[in-house]
Design a protein around this ligand. Structure first.
Ligand code: ARG
Length: 582
């Protein structure tokens, strides 16, 4: 248990000893530091329960609190607020408690197995900013839940089964009608066919095909037929589909690597195909399937719905399955293969209805136990300066690669050429640019829209990745310079100059739990900035490396190391890589 939590536990017990029962007790950081480190505001609510004045209750509680040697400066303010501060002894022993392993300053959650479905790239389609947000958020949540003691399985859940693939294959057919994939008489091995197409070509093919389908009904119908051929595993088409997936996946892996995003599973919508028959059977057995104009649907509307809730389209009239259906089959697959306690889906806000339909149908069909949580984790949009979703100059979808390029340009301007060797510049620029993009994405609460501003994101001062990375690299170099100096113990003499930082460190477990609850990284992002900023202020005011008082020097270096380790831990949760030098 973290030090702050066990202190809260002790205080709760003291309040109960004073004669007052209290359900949840948490220490509130004082907004007025001159009055104390923390405030206890519970006397107000206790007054209502116990029909006593808050001040009287406060007095009873204070008497008990005074017996605890970890607390000092206990006083009652106003109508019954209790202010308390932490003793130097307490703060010193906290630092010595966590000096070997900063992970002792964390509270775990009730352990559970969580599948995280994020990224959701679509094969043969350009990755766009929505995919960045999903991958960024999902990866960080995965790292967070693991740190907090859960089992996590991450899955890319590639979009590889729907009409876009039918369109891509059709367009390839139009361009290269003589490819053996389209020759029913072909007897050879499909793997030996040399497909003259790169991932770049694929990214151009899809938008073209999609445009044609909008203008030309026959073309669209042909694409539908090919989609069905893929879903029916028809020779030739299915093999070409596999080839396209292979090309696209290789490219996606590179992008995700660069983003510091890793998957345990690289499954796609198509992997659920094996479970489709069983899924349809379950739904029919449960009597939840209805016929509608040749299609099969599931009604998911409730009486309490105030907004439209259309039925889920299970099987389309042309016998292909929808995005909803593959998601349902995937739930079945995941239950059978992994038996998770929770499944978390990170997808942009436009998909909220989709997931609501899928979750409701899944409950109706009983695909998972009632206790299994299905969570949709949405996020807002990244906008341009005009406040509208960030687009290319001609109004097209902004690709993730262009975003990375824009931020890289800024990062390159700020590289210190005296620090970074010529040969390392490109790699360093990439690390900083990706970190910049990722951190800017975490600063707002996940549902909040924000404006893409590469110059602002790249500033070396302020809530930016360059500021954090630069400061962290500096802590590291300070510790290297001090490697022969003693820093094995924290002494009380160190407290006055560092108290604010130590109080911030004490808050860490709460920040992590609160981020976990909100499934948003903004508090961690903010905390990293606060901690770093406080440390930098301390660093500017004190001569850490040349301090002559050994006890002070040891305490300060130990503090530097703890802040440095905490930064590394949190930067890693956010998926930001720290360059060697910058
Ligand atoms: N491929 C989808 C998209 O680009 C996201 C997939 C999200 N995950 C899921 N299980 N549906 O929007």
């Amino acid at each position: 248990m973290s030090v702050i939590k066990s202190l809260e536990q002790d205080i709760k017990n003291l309040i109960e000893e004073a004669g007052y029962k209290i359900d949840n007790f948490t220490l509130e950081v004082s907004k007025r530091k001159e009055l104390g480190d923390y405030q206890i505001n519970d006397c107000m609510s206790l007054a209502k329960i116990y029909h006593k004045s808050p001040v009287e209750i406060a007095k009873d509680i204070v008497k008990k609190l005074e017996t605890n040697k970890n607390l000092t400066n206990i006083n009652i303010a106003g109508p019954g607020f209790i202010n308390i501060s932490l003793s130097a002894l307490f703060l010193t022993s906290f630092m010595n408690d966590i000096k070997q392993d900063i992970k002792l300053n964390i509270d775990k959650v009730h352990p559970r197995k969580i599948i995280l479905d994020y990224g959701g790239a679509n094969v043969a389609k350009t990755l766009h900013v929505g995919h960045l947000r999903s991958a960024n958020l999902g990866e960080a949540l995965k790292r967070l839940v693991k740190l907090l003691g859960c089992d996590a399985i991450s899955d890319a859940h590639l979009g590889d089964y729907g009409r876009p693939l039918g369109l891509v294959l059709l367009e390839i057919k139009k361009r290269y009608p003589n490819l053996s994939y389209f020759n029913p008489a072909y007897q050879g091995d499909y793997h030996e066919i040399d497909l003259p197409i790169t991932n770049q070509d694929l990214e151009l093919i899809y938008p073209q095909a999609s445009l044609k389908a909008k203008e030309d009904e026959t073309y669209l119908n042909e694409a539908r037929e090919i989609t069905l051929k893929i879903q029916n595993h028809e020779r030739g088409y299915y093999d070409l589909w596999e080839k396209v997936i292979e090309i696209s996946k290789a490219d996606l892996k590179k992008v995700y690597d660069a983003l510091n995003v890793y998957y345990d599973l690289w499954e796609g919508e198509s992997d659920a195909a094996e479970y489709l028959d069983e899924l349809l059977q379950i739904c029919r057995d449960k009597n939840i399937v209805k016929q509608s104009d040749g299609a099969e649907i599931i009604e998911v509307k409730n009486d309490s719905d105030s907004s439209p809730m259309p039925p889920l389209l299970l099987v389309k009239s042309n016998q292909t399955v929808s995005y909803e259906t593959t998601d349902l089959a995937t739930i079945l697959e995941r239950r059978k293969k992994w038996d998770p306690d929770e499944i978390w889906y990170c997808a942009d806000a436009r998909q909220e209805l989709h997931f609501e339909q899928v979750f409701r149908a899944s409950r109706l069909a009983g695909l998972v136990k009632d206790t299994v949580k299905l969570e949709y984790i949405g996020f807002g949009t990244m906008n341009g300066e005009d406040g509208k979703p960030f687009k290319t100059r001609d109004g097209g979808v902004m690709s993730l690669k262009s975003l990375i390029d824009m931020v890289s340009e800024e990062a390159r301007k700020r590289i210190n050429k005296d620090m970074v060797e010529e040969a390392d510049i490109d790699k360093t620029v990439e690390k900083i640019a990706i970190a910049t993009l990722k951190y800017a994405d975490f600063i707002p609460y996940r549902m909040t829209d924000y404006i893409f501003n590469p110059a602002k994101f790249s500033e070396v001062e302020g809530k930016t990745a360059p500021y954090l990375l630069y400061s962290t690299v500096r802590m590291k170099s300070l510790l290297e310079k001090a490697k022969d100096l003693p820093k094995d113990n924290y002494y009380e003499v160190g407290i006055p100059s560092t108290k604010d930082i130590i109080l911030t460190l004490l808050q860490l477990p709460k920040i992590l739990l609160s981020s976990f609850e909100a499934k948003s990284l903004n508090e961690i992002a903010e905390y990293l900035y606060t901690l770093t900023n406080k440390y930098n202020k301390f660093y500017a005011e004190n001569k850490v490396l040349t301090e002559k008082n050994n006890n002070l020097s040891s305490s300060w270096l130990l503090l530097t190391n703890i802040v440095y380790q905490t930064n590394l831990l949190l930067l890693d949760i956010l998926g930001l890589k720290v360059p060697e030098k910058m």
